[in-house]
Design a protein around this ligand. Structure first.
Ligand code: SAM
Length: 216
C-alpha cells in the first residue's frame, strides 16, 4: 500500500493539527490523557491500526460522534490520503497518528483503549516475519496492555492463511472469538459493515472476506 514520492507529504503531515507525530516530540505527552488533553470528553477511545487511506475510520467517526477515534498509520505516503479526506469534514472525534504499531504501548495507558480495528493487515507471508503480523501473539500481548477489561479486537482480511494463523494466535494467548465469519459478504454487502479501500477492491474481485471479533 506504500505510495512513493508524494511531494510535500511530510511537511503537510507535520503541519496538520489533527495528526500526532511519534518522533518523541508529541504523542507520548498524551499517554493516559488523550481524552482529557485532546478530545476534552470521557468518550470511549477506539483505534484502527494500519488505517491506510482512512476510509473506514473516517466513516466510523462520522457515524459515531460519541466515540473518539484514533487512526494509526506507519507511512506518510498513505496517511496523507487520510488527511485529505479528513480536511473535507469537520470532525472533533478523529485524530491520526503517524506511528509504527510496535510502539503502541508507549502511547496508550493500560485500559485506555476500548476497541482495536485491524483491517486487511499486511500478511508478512514468510515464517521468519510472523511476529510482524499485527495479529501475532507479539502484537496481541501489546493490545492486552492497552485494552480495557472488556475491550475487543476486530479483524478483517481476504487472506485465508493469515486469518487461520490469527485465530490460532488468539487461542495461544487464551483470547476468545465471539464472532467468526469466513464469508462476510456471502449474501451481498453485510449490513452494519463499513468497507475499507482494500475490502472494496477484494469484494469486487469476488474474494471471500473473513472477519472475527475477539476479546480476552
Ligand atoms: N486498512 C486499510 C484497508 O483495509 O484498506 C489498509 C490496508 S494495507 C494492506 C495495510 C496498511 O497497514 C498499510 O497502509 C501499512 O502501511 C499499514 N501498516 C502495516 N504495518 C503497520 C504497523 N506496524 N504500524 C502502523 N501501520 C502499519
Amino acid at each position: 500500500m506504500r505510495l512513493r514520492n508524494i511531494k510535500g507529504a511530510d511537511e503537510r503531515i507535520l503541519a496538520d493539527p489533527y495528526t500526532i507525530q511519534t518522533d518523541g516530540t508529541d504523542g507520548a505527552d498524551f499517554k493516559g490523557r488523550w481524552n482529557r488533553e485532546y478530545f476534552h470528553n470521557d468518550h470511549p477511545i477506539h483505534i484502527e491500526i494500519g488505517m491506510g487511506k482512512g476510509q473506514f475510520i473516517t466513516t466510523l467517526a462520522q457515524q459515531n460522534p460519541n466515540i473518539n477515534y484514533i487512526g494509526i498509520e506507519k507511512y506518510s505516503s498513505v496517511l496523507i490520503r487520510a488527511i485529505d479526506k479528513r480536511e473535507e469534514l469537520a470532525l472533533d472525534n478523529l485524530l491520526f497518528m503517524r506511528m509504527d504499531a510496535e510502539e503502541i504501548t508507549d502511547y496508550f495507558e493500560p485500559g485506555e483503549v476500548g476497541r482495536i480495528y485491524l483491517n486487511f493487515s499486511d500478511p508478512w507471508p514468510k515464517d521468519r516475519h510472523a511476529k510482524r503480523r499485527l495479529t501475532s501473539t507479539t502484537f496481541l500481548s501489546r493490545y492486552d496492555q492497552i485494552l480495557q477489561r472488556d475491550g475487543v479486537v476486530e479483524f478483517k482480511t481476504d487472506n485465508r492463511p493469515l486469518f487461520d494463523f490469527s485465530l490460532e494466535q488468539l487461542q495461544e494467548v487464551g483470547w476468545h472469538a465471539d464472532y467468526v465469519s469466513y464469508h462476510l459478504h456471502e449474501n451481498g454487502p453485510a449490513a452494519d459493515n463499513i468497507m475499507t479501500e482494500y475490502e472494496q477492491k477484494f469484494y469486487a474481485l469476488g474474494n471471500p472476506i473473513c472477519k472475527f471479533r475477539a476479546h480476552r
